[in-house]
Design a protein around this ligand. Sequence first.
Ligand code: C2E
Ligand code: CA
Ligand code: CA
Length: 715
Amino acid sequence: MNRKKLTIYITIIIIFFTLFILYLWSMFESTETITTQRIQEITKVTETQIQSNLNYMAKELSLFLRANELDEETDIRQLTAKLDKLSTADTTYMLIAADGSTYNASGEKNHWKLDSSAIKWSSSNDFSIISVSSGGTAAPSVAIIVPQNEKSDYFLARTMTSEQFLTMLTDSTAITAETVILFDEWGNLICSNSDQTDQGPVYFSIVKEAVSYCFDRQEYTFHKITGTGKHCFYVSLAQPRGWFIGTNTTASGESSMMGLYSPSILILLGLILVLAAIVTLDIINDRDKKTTIEQISNVDRLTGLHNSLGMQDCFNQFQENHDLSHYHFIYMDIISFSRVNTMFGHNMGDILLCTISDVIRSHAKCGVRVNADHFTFLLGNSENMIADFEESLNHAIEAQLGSEYLQVIAFKFGIYPITTPKASFRDVYEGSLWALKDAKKIPIQNNVVYDNNLKQYMEMQKDIEVNMMHALSKDEFLVYIQPQFDMPGERCTRGETLIRWNSEFMGFLPPDKFIPVFENNGFIVETDFFMLSCALQLLSDRIASGKKPITLAVNQSKVTIAFPNYFERLKSTIEQYCVPLSYIELEITESTLENSWEIIVPLIHNVKRLGFSIAMDDFGSGFSSLNTLRILPIDILKIDKAFLQESDSSERCRTIIKNVVNMAKDLKIKVVCEGVETEGQLNFLKSIGCDIVQGFYYSKPLPAEDFVQTYLEAE
Ligand code: C2E
Ligand code: CA
Ligand code: CA
């Protein structure tokens, strides 16, 4: 999953959880509001009901008075006797004086008094209620009081036990709970309709600013009510002052907190499932897309074979199910394929590639088009494996395109025989590539089989590449100089610098071992400039110490010359030394012009303008020697040593050398003949008027100091 998508998912999840928490919070909040509202409702209904019960009671008492014409009685003794007679087991009546004195049945004052202030206060209403206590341990009873008549100082009271009072108050109220409690302002229980109140803490709720609080009767503290369920509330009675009725009630129609959570949790789980499903589907989709993209990107669009990206996968998959020791890994190159494009057009080139790919598909396994005209595949072991395969190719091409195509192209095969059931792709691939490279060097052979020699060569090349980087800094490259002699005086006035590598790990190496590798990987640029700097330093030292400079030839590879910024690097190198550049001869070969001659030719002219002499090395070894002579500003011609080596036996070679020397003279070009090994060769060169000679006859290349010592200091 990509980073952008992941961010989106994380954001969605965060938003989702935030919303969910907000939702839960709002549920919680609204639950609390519902509970509070419910308690308020019940409280209101109950309060109204209790009030109406009280009114009813007072009215009943007034009616009773009127019915019994008690107001006409003036004698307290008669009145109390009459009241005593009217009293029943459930209802008792009592006479109370304005000062709170009470009277017994025989009209005498009781020894206990009521609180007169309460009577006065309550007399402002139609009726009043006071708590009556005869003192001692007797449970308080309640008196409902109405005035006896308007002028009288006496009041008539109906008394009852607190339990009777509680039953009467709660009769037909909204209180439905089992436990109803009458308690005073200190939370003290006065009475209850059940014994359960004494068991455990009892809470009474009050409602303040839309929030319910519970009063813990045992701890004497208030707790905020949260959630739903059983709640307590109380109703304050107007009188007796400070008395309350309380009860537990359930906020009906509300589910429990768990009940509230469970749908939310279900919704959460559902949403998580949906989200998980979306993410999973997306991942699967991504993977499918990736697989499709991988498949597409691993396939060569033109031929339908695997391309270089799919090559290794294909090989590894194949070896999982097959014994590789029955196969050869082949690296095939179409020689001169570009000519098909130029001669027959790109379309035909494409058809040719497709035709070849079809043959690979039908005859080989794990076919890959590595690049333009390079293919790899696995061929099953057979006696004439390559010949048969090539025949199939030729047949198909002839049938599809015509025999003229076979005259333009050829095939080269690098073959890696796999000897084990499983093999490393890298080894197999590299081995076949080396074999192909070798095959391309040999004109008449169309295939090379990878063997131990090639393996050693490959390993040597790898060692060179591993060690070359540090060789410069470790001073492992050495400058050798081979003297050159002017004719006919045979004086040494010049020399050719030749590189050697004294490697810590690989020993002493001649240039033909490592120069081709350096040319291949570009490191030759570094060593060529190193050699040039050494030559300049040597000359600079001689000039500084007042000694006569000599001419030094420095080899410049075609790779070095073609390197971008060659000219700039050349200039900045020579700027570091104060040496007349006429003492430096840059040796280039004909192959320098092989590629991009239209760029190289003006470059060489510019180099010459800097002051260097230009020597054409190995003249005659290439195919366009005369042409290079025509277009390049050559000062010195070095005849390829192969001519001289053959000159002993070949009159033809001698004739060529003689005529090249003559031609050079006419062109005012000096001739160096290298590879002089015998006196006979030297005499021949003298006889034809060769200017300069170089060869083992005089000396092998020597370490620079030895050369200076032997040929310069001695003089
Ligand atoms: P080259 O430039 O043609 O150098 C002459 C080669 O011929 C040298 O081989 C030299 O030792 C050899 N030689 C000289 N006289 C005789 C002789 O009488 N008989 C025989 N059989 N050989 C003789 P060396 O030093 O092994 O160099 C081989 C090649 O390596 C050089 O051929 C040159 O192409 C390349 N090379 C050497 N040093 C450098 C360098 O600094 N830069 C570049 N780019 N190439 C270099
Ligand atoms: Ca040379
Ligand atoms: Ca040469």
